[in-house]
Design a protein around this ligand. Sequence first.
Ligand code: DGY
Length: 319
Amino acid sequence: MSRVVVTGRIPDAAIEKLRAEHDVDAWQGPESIGREELLRRVAGAEAIVSLLTERIDAELLDAAGPQLKVVANVAVGYDNIDVPACTERGVVATNTPGVLTDATADIALSLILMATRRLGEGERLIRSGQAWKWGMFFLLGSGLQGKTLGVVGMGGIGQATARRAKAFGMEIVYQSRSEIDSEIAAELGAQRVDLDELLAVSDVVSLHCPYGPATHHLIGAEQLAAMKSSAYLVNTARGPIVDEAALASALREGQIAGAGLDVYENEPTVHPALLELDNVVLLPHLGSATVETRTAMAMLAAENALALLSGERPPTPIG
Ligand code: DGY
């Protein structure tokens, strides 16, 4: 039996799966585990099942000790993990790609609709108790049909978002490190372009790339200025891909028409200037937040940890 530390609450099914074979210490607090408590608890662990709210860095890996074999993140994004520090110590890091693709693409499409059709504004108006009535020019938004979606990062979630947008009558362009499968490109009618062209031609820009040094502030003042003044920006990937101060100013100045965000630069803090603006829809990182998806993510993380603890290849290693 190995010691497995789970850094936050995850669905019971995954805990039971781990507990059937190992000694599991799972943080059960309503709040995130504090750093000191986490450093103390990981001592002696052979597996850490981590949530994206916990930083897994050299200090934490050393606090765990040399017997640590695996860090299994319950997320597809792994910017909370110092992967090179894991590799240096012979620790395998894993993530949960695939199982949250549809849920996240659903939220991207929801944000596209919320932003372009001004649904957040409408909801806030009713709740504010202000008088309103149907009017020919009341809260007019912008339709999607015949418009262009620019997908930045055409992995699984980008493709799933494009598929949904196509069903709404949108044309697709994308920017990605590599060409996507030609059959999928043909099915979506998707054309690969560089970021400059994507920003210039898109009516909606949706971000689906991973976060890292190469994508820090990928969308800043210059890129926002390159977008159409009628365009919208949607981010369901990671907050720091967008320079939030620059976005707030572009939205305030009418440089772009609107935005929909599920993730933030300094999560869970939201840039105060964004909170003042009506032309941005703000969700609290709900991309993968369905019972089915979170269960599948936790089960996959458990399978990754279990595989490595029994000396097998994990289903979804990072890299
Ligand atoms: C992920 O898995 O990276 C998502 O952001 C979680 O919702």
